[in-house]
Design a protein around this ligand. Structure first.
Ligand SMILES: [Zn+2]
Ligand SMILES: [Zn+2]
Length: 157
């Protein structure tokens, strides 16, 4: 709460703000499949979203991509990901980081000034606790994506 320094806020309010900030965030841990790259971050579990855009489908190798945004401040990376710069039709450029050894997608961020990292949920250890709160680009969602609950399944292979 550095912003509160020097401001005449009652200590009760400062304590409440600090508690809120802690409650909103959880520490997450991620790594690629081969283990060459790992990271930790402070994430707000209410910010998880699913993207059904065709780029996410292609680049994740999956019918959709789940992402949790984290701020650069709490993001600590070990290892050197490969980066692919994706240029959208709008001209918007995104740095897409992945492991050059095993190919695991890790995050996307701004190539120029990374302030937020869009962490790929699939490589996060705590992913089962991180429920999506929003879906975008549903226009290109697989027509069967919301029917998986009725597809027969077995616990293993
Ligand atoms: Zn790897
Ligand atoms: Zn997308």
């Amino acid at each position: 709460m550095a912003a509160a320094a020097g401001m005449a806020l009652p200590s009760g309010i400062i304590a409440t703000l600090a508690t809120l900030a802690q409650e909103d965030c959880m520490k997450i841990h991620g790594r690629c499949h081969c283990g060459s790259i790992s990271f930790t971050a402070e994430a707000d579990p209410s910010k998880v979203m699913v993207c059904h855009c065709t780029d996410c489908q292609t680049m994740s190798g999956a019918p959709f991509r789940a992402v949790i945004p984290v701020s650069a401040q709490g993001f600590a990376l070990t290892g050197s990901p490969k980066v692919y710069i994706k240029t959208a039709q709008s001209g918007n450029r995104r740095a897409q980081a992945f492991c050059g050894e095993c190919g695991t997608p890790l995050y996307a961020t701004s190539p120029e000034a990374p302030a937020v990292y869009g962490i790929r949920l699939g490589c996060v250890a705590e992913r089962a606790l991180l429920r999506p709160a929003k879906q975008v680009w549903t226009v290109s969602a697989m027509p069967w994506i919301h029917d998986l609950g009725s597809v027969p399944g077995v616990p293993g292979q």
